[in-house]
Design a protein around this ligand. Structure first.
Ligand SMILES: C[S@@+](CC[C@H](N)C(=O)[O-])C[C@H]1O[C@@H](n2cnc3c(N)ncnc32)[C@H](O)[C@@H]1O
Length: 269
């Protein structure tokens, strides 16, 4: 069966959260890695005030980005709350003959033994932190983990206070006989409680089966003013520039109340 064929019976529903299926997650989100890592390296060269050799990723998931950075010669480490993702990440490094870089851990409560020259957290992982204390703790932990002049690249969607907002996205990916169609749809937003709910599904196709993993993702919302206040709560982080998910260093963006996707470049003072 392929993604384009009709399925008269309907898919078999798999248990668990999307993040419990790292191989599928990685296939879907692996495609953008080259643009992201090239952008990171541009930022390291142009905005870090120190050479970047050691990199940390809070909420590293499957390690899709850490792995590519390790192949480019960086020393990398990360943490994540999901044991399946951590195991997947470490197994991938071990297959390459490298030390496992990921530990089970909370991005709002961690310490590094050796400071990093750069850290990053893209595609909204930060928005999993569901309250201001956790968000500020996270930024504080990152600041403490960075050496002076080091960078933190933080990517998230803001909630515009005017104009339309993004309601969802769909991606497809294929490897051999495995095809995946992923859908993410915003189903509600509560601006007062700062919660946006998304329906997310992976439809997984092999020649003989159609399976689906579905679930609800809850993300905390941030307006421009709200993210500004969170960042300013950690005085040792300076907001030096802003880009968007086009990951183009030659195109910094001016953030206003209509802006949605942003990558903040924060530097440790
Ligand atoms: C959208 S995925 C991104 C994974 C990876 N950063 C990437 O770019 O592919 C979000 C990840 O955040 C992790 N996560 C959520 N809350 C967390 C927390 N408090 N501490 C650490 N990881 C967390 C999830 O387990 C998941 O792997």
């Amino acid at each position: 069966m392929t993604a384009g064929e009709l399925d008269p019976v309907g898919p078999e529903i798999l248990d668990g959260h999307l993040y419990d299926y790292p191989a599928y997650y990685d296939l879907i989100f692996g495609s953008d890695c080259a643009a992201e890592t090239a952008f990171f390296e541009d930022c390291f060269r142009q905005m870090a005030q120190r050479p970047v050799e050691r990199i940390f990723e809070p909420a590293c998931g499957t390690g899709r980005l850490l792995y590519r950075l390790a192949r480019r010669g960086y020393s990398v480490a990360g943490n994540d709350l999901n044991p399946h993702a951590v195991a997947y990440c470490n197994a991938r490094f071990e297959r390459a003959g490298w030390d496992p870089p990921a530990v089970l851990g909370d991005m709002s409560d961690f310490r590094l033994r050796r400071k990093a020259d750069a850290a990053f957290n893209t595609i909204n992982s930060f928005r999993h932190l569901d309250n201001e204390k956790a968000a500020r703790n996270h930024l504080g932990c990152v600041a403490a983990a960075l050496a002076r002049g080091g960078l933190y690249l933080l990517g998230l969607h803001l909630t515009p206070t005017r104009g339309p907002r993004d309601m969802g996205e769909s991606w497809t990916a294929r490897r051999g006989h495995l095809g995946i169609v992923s859908n993410l749809k915003s189903i509600s937003i509560d601006r007062r409680r700062r919660v946006e709910k998304f329906e997310m599904s992976f439809d997984v196709y092999t020649p003989t089966r159609h399976r689906r993993i579905e679930g609800i993702l809850e993300y905390r919302t941030y307006t421009l003013e709200q993210i500004r206040r969170s960042v300013e709560s950690v005085p040792s982080l300076e907001w030096v520039d802003t880009f968007d998910f086009a990951y183009d260093i030659s195109q910094p963006v001016v953030v206003d109340n209509l802006t949605e996707d942003v990558v903040l470049v924060l530097r440790k003072r």
